[in-house]
Design a protein around this ligand. Structure first.
Ligand code: ARG
Length: 573
């Protein structure tokens, strides 16, 4: 995107003796009120280097700034240089760039030659796929798409929790109370029932815990019976997870879960020993982190079993060797902050210079208090039910608003799922969020359906224009008269479109997809205002073409933006 700040900064630097253009560019602001200009340079920031009063600098700039086609006028006001764009030139530049770039508007090359490993979703087999995993899935998927758009090579890994003591528990429960047919029919729900029953019973019968530990040790030692049950449980859970991933439109480059590292743990333990980091403590092994005010990282239990930490360290070594990442991120609930701080520190203490490439991306809790579920056991089911409920409710809304719609089922799915995704990405990830159908499915609020509906409405205008014989191609290749987009509503839409590439970039830098989601709301709101105030299918062909060009640009950017956060764009709602 043409960088107006740089253009202005260079002009300013050419007038001011001893000022640096890059430094000036960084000082330039967008005034809160457009009446004060489109850009503004606070001259007090320059007065120290230039040894002049701010008002003096502003006056000097206003008087001497060379003319430029992008800028209509400049004024000095209380120490600020205010710059007003040439609105027609602005429309021509911005919309021209948007239309010419098409789907690639906002794409970048900043990630070229760089690799990012994204560890996300990562539910636990035989434990609930809870709403936190949904959030990890949605945030991780958005980060994946944003990075890919900026040229990074992305490796998405579902670090499935497919190993650990919970399998000992599940095997124990199955042996005691399970039934093959029941598991086959009840699938994950039945596994959940067994898992929950284990915990209920173990409260009064602690020997069950010993039995479970023994089964897990057998599993770790490669006992065939244990392995066979484990594989079976895993297949069953997978089926369920895959249904959810399919609904969400999410996939991974690797499903290497915790069990994948079983044969890679030995070297971790050896290296820790060699480096003098491993300490024995009542038969268990750990790395002390007292110097860093953290509890120790447990590496081996008394019975030799490995732990969550051990597996994460092994996985990081493997990923570094296999992918040679520039950054490896881990998307989980903030409840795991300490876990990641601990083992990141262990990697650092092991002397690996890539320790600082590991980044935990924590997010807040989701409260589902406002949601009523049919009383079925197990959160996996709840999660799928949540998505299904959203689809059902969307279908009802469509049924009442637009009963004629074709592909109702598909649209209900795209909008129902999009609504849940958008809700997860609607505020800073670290914030706890609540879930209320009223907000999630509010077609007029700051929601996924609102943005999708805006897109569909814009597309419908384009279709109508085309049927009426308008030259959409001319609109789409920037063959429009930019002077017809000088009105305030159009200019505000253009500003939002122009900001899109930067928002994507900042979302990548801050690992914060909500920056994109919120920007899409801004675009949609500005566009709806324009749509309301400026009839598009007017008689004047030139005016019509110019407005259609803007509608086309808005469609492009909304589609790209929604795609970046993993949301689909139905053509009709
Ligand atoms: N399975 C874990 C959980 O549900 C999340 C795993 C996150 N990734 C990782 N490499 N630790 O809590």
């Amino acid at each position: 995107m043409t960088d107006y700040k740089t253009i202005l900064a260079e002009l300013a630097a050419s007038v001011l003796d001893g000022a640096d253009a890059a430094a000036i560019a960084a000082m330039i602001e967008v005034p809160p009120n457009p009446e004060m200009g489109d850009l503004s340079l606070p001259c007090f920031k320059l007065s120290k280097t230039l040894r002049k009063a701010p008002a003096h600098i502003a006056e000097e700039l206003a008087g001497k700034l060379p003319a430029h086609p992008a800028f209509l006028s400049v004024t000095a006001a209380s120490g600020y240089l205010n710059v007003f764009f040439n609105k027609s030139s602005y429309a021509e530049t911005v919309l021209g760039e948007v239309l010419r770039a098409g789907d690639a508007f906002g794409a970048g090359t900043i990630g070229e030659g760089k690799t990012i490993v994204i560890d996300f979703s990562s539910p636990n087999i035989a434990k609930p796929f809870h709403v936190g995993h949904l959030r990890s899935t949605v945030i991780g998927n958005a980060l994946y798409r944003i990075h890919r758009f900026l040229g990074f090579r992305c490796v998405g890994i579902n670090h499935l929790g497919d190993w650990g003591t919970q399998f000992g528990k599940l095997i124990t429960a199955y042996k005691l109370w399970g039934d093959k047919r029941q598991v086959e029919e009840g699938e994950i729900e039945e596994l959940m029932r067994l898992y929950v029953k284990f915990h209920d019973e173990a409260e009064s019968k602690p020997e069950l815990e010993d039995e479970a530990r023994a089964w897990f040790v057998r599993l770790e030692q490669g006992d065939e019976e244990a392995l066979e049950l484990w594989r079976w449980f895993k297949t069953i859970s997978y089926k369920e997870f895959n249904r959810i991933y399919e609904l969400l439109g999410v996939s991974f480059d690797s499903d290497a879960g915790e069990s994948f590292y079983n044969d890679k743990m030995g070297t971790v333990v050896e290296q820790l020993k060699e480096k003098g980091l491993l300490e024995e403590d009542q038969g268990a092994f750990l790395v002390r982190l007292d110097d860093y005010n953290m509890a120790p990282a447990l590496i081996l239990k008394k019975d030799g079993a490995t732990l969550y930490h051990t597996r994460d360290i092994a996985a990081a070594l493997y990923r570094n060797k296999t992918y040679g990442f520039d950054k490896a991120i881990y998307v989980t609930d903030y409840a795991q902050n300490l876990h990641f701080q601990q083992w990141f520190k262990v990697i650092e203490l092991m002397g690996f210079d890539w320790a600082d490439r590991l980044v935990h991306v924590p997010f807040g809790r989701v409260s589902l208090e406002g949601v009523k579920f049919a009383t079925r056991k197990g959160n996996v089911v709840l999660l799928e039910e949540l998505l299904r409920q959203s689809i059902d409710k969307t279908r009802d809304i469509i049924e009442s608003k637009n009963p004629q719609l074709e592909d109702k089922e598909q649209v209900a799915q795209q909008v129902g799922v999009g609504a849940v995704i958008f809700n997860d990405l609607s505020s800073n990830r670290i914030k706890d969020i609540s879930f209320s159908w009223k907000d999630v499915l509010n077609f007029e609020g700051e929601s996924g359906p609102y943005v999708q509906y805006t897109y569909a409405r814009a597309r419908s205008v384009l279709r109508k224009a085309e049927t009426a014989g308008a030259d959409l191609a001319a609109a789409a290749i920037a063959g429009f008269d930019p002077a017809l987009l000088e009105n305030a509503e159009a200019q505000l839409v253009l500003k939002e479109l122009a900001a899109f590439p930067d928002k994507v970039l900042v979302a990548m830098e801050k690992l914060e997809p909500s920056i994109v989601s919120r920007h899409l709301i801004d675009i949609a709101q500005r566009f709806n205002r324009f749509y309301h105030e400026c009839p598009i299918l007017v008689d004047d062909p030139a005016l019509k073409t110019a407005r259609l060009a803007l509608v086309t640009g808005v469609c492009n950017v909304l589609r790209t933006g929604l795609g970046l956060i993993g949301i689909q764009t139905p053509e009709r709602i």
